[in-house]
Design a protein around this ligand. Sequence first.
Ligand SMILES: [Zn+2]
Length: 406
Amino acid sequence: MSISYFIPDWDDRVDPGYDFLTDKHTPGRNPYRDDSYAHEIYPRPPYDGVLLSRAVLDNNSKKLNDLIKLGSVHTYLRLPKTHKVLGDCGAFSYWEKDVPPYTTHDMVDFYHSLGFDYGVSVDHLIFAHDDAERRRRQELTLSNAEDFLAEHSKECQFIPIGVAQGWSPESYRDSVKKLLQIGYGYIALGGLVRSTTEQIIQILQEVKPELRSDTELHLFGVNRPEHIETFATLGVTSFDSASRLRRAWMDGRRNYFLGNTAFSAIRVPEAQRLAKKNDGIDIGEALRLEKIALSALRAYEENSDASYLEQALTAVLAYDELAGEVTDRTRNDYRETLVRRPWAYCECAICKKINIEVIIFRGNNRNRRRGFHNTWQLYEQLHGHVQELPSPLDASLSDAGQMTLL
Ligand SMILES: [Zn+2]
């Protein structure tokens, strides 16, 4: 499948020298200078490019100043030139305003002076129920796109992308039609982050007949990348998604992906934090159980037979129970993760290096690495390499411990 995958930049970095056994950072580390992006950890970046939003930069003046000082988004992100940087305004941050806070002239200058590869026109999201307001926002987005192409002069190195906003399949189609008339060869569909897969498919089906054979089509903010193959058959040539990355620590259950199969990470929070969050937890007891849980997991990594598995599970649950009752669902999820040992089958550099640590839900260095692993898995999938696990031994899986399929 020839589809380009962009990862939104939210400063996702890890300490490359983090010591998992002692839970200590590299001494004297400076997080921006010394921490690594996923594209620095893996021999090949696990995406085709990075999406950098103006609004994200405006919320972090240090970051914006550093970037302006360096004068190049590639240098700032330490991203090889073979990989692209796509810029947009970050319309989600200002959808409640009457008009976008950026002018077309500003944005063209911003993309051009900082060396973006692609720049998106100034758009306005349509989360309105009033018909006149919907049309006003759609027209504003289209007239901005028209001005954007006019401002995009010959010396601009970046490729301009026109945004289509809408509220129904027909309104998206009208926007796309207009952008093609204006002269865009690359169009992005915005405002679909909260839409269902079915709604996105309906919009794409409506839009597809308007596209030319060489029109590029970007889909903003894909929450369910497992459907990207379907979207691609409907004309989508690129997308951005942080979904798999963030699920590593934001999803209640689906934290570690192997292909489209998701597993729960095993929660072993830092004892100090656990005690701080829960009144009445004895810190001495927490530290003792934390240590036993981590040792039992590592012993299971070394010896995969059933007795080590049971010891690891018992130790983890005993620690978890300090903070409250553990549900049967969690027990089953943990058992499934431990029985299937997905990390042992993953070919990625992170799993190969840190083994079982990747599946432990604990602090940025494990959780974000697990997110990088998920991103790597997704990128492999997009290139037709889907990793399969050996089928589970029936005897070792409880009834409720079925594979979590999406
Ligand atoms: Zn991995």
